[in-house]
Design a binder for this molecule. Structure first.
Ligand SMILES: Cc1ncc(COP(=O)(O)O)c(C=O)c1O
Length: 344
């Protein structure tokens, strides 16, 4: 092998540039389940804006993005219409069948491009014996079609027909960025014909991982699931498993403070890992009353129920902080004014 390799295998072999690595390193992060990851939020907003959709969701891969969309648009037993060599049908391990219970009715295209006339007779009649035709999935640019751009007029014609027939439209836009640059037609004009659009950052754009799906807010909420950055996950798996024992020790410190505090009851009584659940005696007040006094002193807890509190130890809680939280529980909770004395 010569010293310099020109790797033409795929646009997925790209490696992050030094600037991208620096950006990843400097990324602001937060808890995405609480909607508090500023980098994920910024990315999702940007994608939604570029595609003219209400919302977007960052996911690890293009396959996952497509399959989430198929799942969110269909019911088991439905059928989708797609081009015979498209990625969703050929390269996603039977995902529509395996994950959504959906059959694919394939139509041979012209390098991936379909014409409305080839779809018009493919909707099954409404009949108890037949599958329900529900979704049309197109790919742009088309991978197996050799990077072919799906002409916008053809998309517009298919989309208005599909919507008139009560079908939904999905775009596998793994390389929509290439179609945008090659034609000068902005993303919004492509995306307006689809109920959902999937785009990838890990192909030509050169990010190490990641895709996004976009659509209406309702659709994206229905599609939502935990997004994760593989590099972070891998590092965590290699470096952060053994240290969980530390979190468990910290949870014991907090659990002891709860056990020592009148009006609080550990439930379950034994804490085995990093989650400390406890109940607040209604005579003392509500979980919110207790959480409020803790918050005033700088301790944040989660409230899974009106009388229930969860304290969770993790990587960002040091031994000193666990001790301090325990001390605050011991000192502050007795200062909650009991409900009876408040005249409640
Ligand atoms: C057109 C198309 N859609 C979807 C995907 C899936 O992307 P991922 O490899 O991130 O799952 C690919 C991957 O090459 C693709 O070419």
């Amino acid at each position: 092998m010569p010293d310099t390799v020109i790797d033409l295998r795929s646009d997925t072999v790209t490696r992050p540039t030094p600037a991208m690595r620096a950006a990843i390193q400097a990324a602001e992060v937060g808890d995405d389940v609480f909607g508090e990851d500023p980098t994920v939020n910024r990315l999702q907003e940007k994608v939604a804006t570029l595609l003219g959709k209400e919302a977007a969701l960052f996911v690890p891969s293009g396959t996952m993005s497509n399959q989430i969309c198929v799942k969110a648009h269909t019911q088991p037993g439905d059928e989708l219409l797609c081009e015979a060599s498209c990625h969703i049908y050929v390269n996603e391990a039977g995902g529509p069948a395996a994950l959504s219970g959906v059959t694919c009715r394939t139509i041979e295209g012209d390098y991936g491009v379909l014409d409305l006339s080839e779809l018009e007779d493919k909707i099954r009649p409404v009949n108890d014996h037949q599958v329900r035709t529900r979704l049309v999935a197109l790919e742009n640019t088309h991978n197996r079609g050799g990077g072919r751009i799906f002409p916008l007029e053809k998309i517009a014609a298919i989309s208005s027909w599909a919507h008139r027939q009560g079908l939904l439209m999905h775009l596998d836009g793994a390389r929509l960025w290439n179609a945008i640059v090659a034609t000068g037609i902005p993303g919004i004009e492509w995306a307006e014909h689809f109920d959902s659009v999937s785009v990838c950052f890990s192909k030509g754009l050169g990010a190490p991982i990641g895709s996004a799906l976009a659509g209406s807010r309702e659709f994206v909420t229905g599609a939502k699931q935990a997004g994760m950055a593989a590099a972070g996950a891998l590092f965590a798996l290699e470096h952060h498993v053994d240290r969980l024992a530390e979190d468990h020790r910290h949870a014991q410190v907090i659990a002891q403070a709860v056990a020592d505090t009148p009006g609080l009851l550990l439930d379950p009584p034994e804490v085995e890992t990093n989650l400390v659940f406890f109940e607040v005696d209604p005579d003392l007040g509500s979980a919110k009353d207790v959480a409020t006094v803790l918050k005033q002193r700088g301790v944040l807890v989660h409230l899974p129920g009106p009388q229930t509190i969860r304290a969770c130890t993790h990587l960002d809680v040091s031994s000193a902080q666990a001790e301090r939280a325990a001390e605050i529980i011991r000192q502050a909770v007795p200062q909650v004014v009991p409900a009876g004395e408040r005249g409640v």
